[in-house]
Design a protein around this ligand. Structure first.
Ligand SMILES: Cc1cc2nc3c(=O)[nH]c(=O)nc-3n(C[C@H](O)[C@H](O)[C@H](O)COP(=O)(O)OP(=O)(O)OC[C@H]3O[C@@H](n4cnc5c(N)ncnc54)[C@H](O)[C@@H]3O)c2cc1C
Length: 501
C-alpha cells in the first residue's frame, strides 16, 4: 500500500476502470497527489472496462472532426459517416430511456463527449474508426458507413483501453494499490467524508484523504444485490464482465447519507452465448455477445417467437434484449439463420457452437437432442417457422437500413429484415442473457459531487461511472457507458483536486 501510516492523501480513487482513471488523471493534472485502490489482483485488474468493446458514443460533425483523435491510426478515406450532433445524442438518450434520463446529467455527457475523447487521445489513448459493431459496407464501394454516434472505438478495444490507462497512470506517478478492497467510508467531522476503510494485503486499514472519488462500478456481479434490486430471476444470470463489481461502495455511500438514484431494478443485459462462462473471461472479453438477431428468427424452448427481432438496429435494442430472454423458460432461446443471413453474422459468432441441419425438422431434432434436459418443443418450432415464412410481405431486404420488410398476421410481428428462412443449411445459435451493468446507483450533480437526500453535496465525496444512477433507464444507446464514465470521471477528478486546494 503506497504512503506512510497516518498520511493524508490528497485524492483517493476507488476502482481501476475507465471512470476511475479519467478521475485519477484529471486530479493529478490539477496538481493533486492521487492513489488508486483496485480490489482485483494485477492479473485481473481493470474492471468491466477491460472486457469492453471500447466503443465511445460522442458527437461530431464530420470525419475531419475525428481525425485529431484517430490521428494516423486509421484512414479517413475508408469510411463515411453522417454528422452526430448534440440534438441527435439527446434524441437517442430520450428515445431509449423513455424520456427518463436526467436532463442535466445527460446534457453534460452529451456536451462534453467529444472534448473528453479528444483529451483521452491527447493523453495517449489510441483510437480508430469503429467498423466492428453497427457499421455497414456500402454496396459497390470499399468504404464502410460508420454507425450514428458510434464512429469511434479504442484501437485494441477494452483490453488496450485498460492497459493504456494503467500505463498512463504509472508514467504520471499515480500510485495503484492492488488487492485492496474498499469496504467503508469514514465520515468526517464536517459532515463530509475523511477517508476509506480498506481490506488489503496488510489487513484492514483506514486511509485518510482530503477528497474521495468513487468509481467502483455497479452491482451486477453480486447475486444477492441482483436478487434484491433487479428481482429473483436475476440471481442466476451470467455476468459478461468482471466478477469484482459487487456494489459495496454503493452501499457504503448510501450508509453515509448519499441519495440513491435511477432505475434500481434496471440493467444493461444482452443476448450472449448460452455456453458462456458464469463470469466474463479475458480470453473471450466481449466475444460471447450474440447481436446479429435482427436478421434471425428467435424462438424460445417452447418453439415460439417472443419479440420483434427487427424492431430497430441492434445498437438500440441489444441492451434491453437480455431482459426479454430472461423472461423465457430457462432463459435459453435460439437465433436461427439460413444461408441468406449467415454471411451477416458478426465475427463474434465464431466463438460459439451452433446446431446446423439441412431441413427445419432436422434442425428441431438436433436442438431437442442437444438440449434434452431443458425440453425443446420441436413440433411447435417447425410450425412457427412455417407460419413466419408465409407471413412475410413483399419488399426488398436491406440490412443497412430499416428496410420495413415485415411480416403480417403474427404476434409479435417482425417489422424489419423479415426474410424467409428457406436457404439451407439452417444454423441455430443457443443464446442466454448476460448482465453487463446495473442502471441504479448513487446520485451526483453536474460537478460529479455525491448528493445527499436534501440534494446537498457531501463534502469531499465524488463519484463517476457505473456506480452512478439517473443516466440510463430501461435501455441504453451503445457506447454511452464508457463515455459517461470518462466525462464524469474527468469532472470528478478535476473538482476533487480543486476541493483539496
Ligand atoms: C463485455 C462488455 C462489453 C462492453 N462494451 C462496451 C462498449 O463497447 N462501450 C461502452 O460504452 N460500454 C461497454 N461496456 C460497459 C462498460 O464496460 C462500462 O460501462 C464501463 O467500463 C464502466 O466503467 P467503470 O470504470 O464505471 O467500471 P469498471 O470498469 O467495472 O471498473 C470498476 C473498478 O472498481 C473495482 N472495484 C470494485 N469494487 C471495489 C472495491 N470495493 N474496492 C476497490 N475497487 C473496487 C473493480 O475491480 C474495477 O477495477 C461493456 C461491458 C462489458 C462487460
Amino acid at each position: 500500500m503506497p504512503g506512510t501510516t497516518g498520511e493524508i492523501f490528497d485524492v483517493i480513487v476507488v476502482g481501476a476502470g475507465n471512470a476511475a482513471f479519467a478521475a485519477a488523471l484529471a486530479a493529478q493534472q490539477e496538481g493533486a497527489r492521487v492513489v488508486v485502490l483496485e480490489k482485483a489482483s494485477l492479473e485481473l485488474r481493470g474492471g468491466n472496462t477491460r472486457f469492453s468493446g471500447g466503443l465511445f458514443r460522442c458527437t461530431y460533425s464530420s470525419v475531419d472532426d475525428l481525425m485529431p483523435i484517430v490521428r494516423d491510426h486509421d484512414d479517413p478515406a475508408t469510411v463515411t459517416l453522417d454528422p452526430y450532433t448534440s440534438a441527435d445524442y439527446r434524441r437517442d438518450m430520450d428515445r431509449v430511456t423513455g424520456g427518463r434520463t436526467d436532463p442535466e446529467l445527460s446534457a453534460v455527457l452529451i456536451e462534453q463527449s467529444h472534448d473528453t475523447v479528444q483529451w483521452m487521445a491527447d493523453v495517449g489513448i489510441p483510437w480508430e474508426f469503429n467498423r466492428a459493431v453497427g457499421a455497414v459496407t456500402i454496396p459497390g464501394s470499399s468504404r464502410v458507413k460508420l454507425p450514428a454516434g458510434g464512429a469511434l472505438r479504442v484501437k485494441g478495444e477494452g483490453v488496450i483501453l485498460s492497459s493504456a490507462w494503467f500505463r498512463i497512470a504509472e508514467e504520471t506517478g499515480i500510485a495503484i494499490a492492488y488487492e485492496t478492497y474498499a469496504q467503508r467510508l469514514i465520515p468526517g467531522k464536517d459532515g463530509g467524508v475523511s477517508g476509506v476503510e480498506v481490506h488489503g494485503p496488510e489487513g484492514v486499514r483506514e486511509l485518510s484523504c482530503r477528497a474521495l472519488v468513487l468509481a467502483s462500478g455497479g452491482f451486477q456481479a453480486n447475486p444477492e444485490m441482483r436478487t434484491s434490486y433487479l428481482g429473483p430471476h436475476w440471481s442466476l444470470v451470467k455476468v459478461r464482465g468482471t466478477r469484482f463489481d459487487t456494489g459495496e461502495m454503493i452501499r457504503a455511500a448510501l450508509a453515509v447519507g448519499a441519495q440513491g438514484y435511477g432505475e434500481w431494478s434496471g440493467c444493461h443485459a444482452t443476448p450472449i452465448d448460452a455456453d458462456a462462462p458464469t463470469y466474463g473471461e479475458l480470453r473471450l472479453t466481449d466475444r460471447t455477445n450474440r447481436l446479429s438477431y435482427p436478421f434471425s428468427v428467435m424462438v424460445n424452448l417452447d418453439g415460439e417467437r417472443f419479440t420483434d427481432e427487427g424492431a430497430d438496429f441492434n445498437l438500440y435494442t441489444y441492451a434491453r434484449m437480455g431482459r426479454e430472454i430472461l423472461q423465457q423458460r430457462s432463459s435459453v432461446i435460439f437465433q436461427v439463420f439460413d444461408q441468406q443471413t449467415v454471411p451477416l453474422l458478426e465475427t463474434r459468432y465464431n466463438t460459439g457452437a451452433p446446431v446446423t441441419a439441412d431441413t427445419l425438422p432436422d434442425l428441431a431434432e438436433r436442438i431437442a437432442e442437444r438440449y434434452r434436459a431443458l425440453g425443446f418443443r420441436k413440433d411447435i418450432f417447425v410450425k412457427t417457422v412455417e407460419e413466419y415464412n408465409t407471413s412475410i410481405q413483399a419488399g426488398v431486404f436491406n440490412p443497412d437500413i430499416l428496410d420495413g420488410k415485415h411480416t403480417s398476421g403474427l404476434r409479435p410481428e417482425k417489422t424489419n429484415w423479415a426474410t424467409r428462412l428457406d436457404q439451407p443449411p439452417f444454423v441455430a445459435y443457443p443464446v442466454t442473457v448476460g448482465i453487463t451493468f446495473t442502471f441504479g446507483g448513487i446520485r451526483i450533480n453536474t460537478n460529479a459531487e455525491v448528493l445527499d437526500y436534501l440534494e446537498r453535496p457531501i463534502r469531499g465525496l465524488f463519484a463517476t461511472g457505473e456506480m452512478t444512477g439517473g443516466f440510463f433507464y430501461l435501455n441504453y444507446p451503445a457506447g454511452a457507458g464508457l463515455m459517461r464514465g470518462a466525462v464524469f470521471g474527468r469532472i470528478a477528478g478535476r473538482n476533487a483536486a480543486r476541493f483539496v486546494k
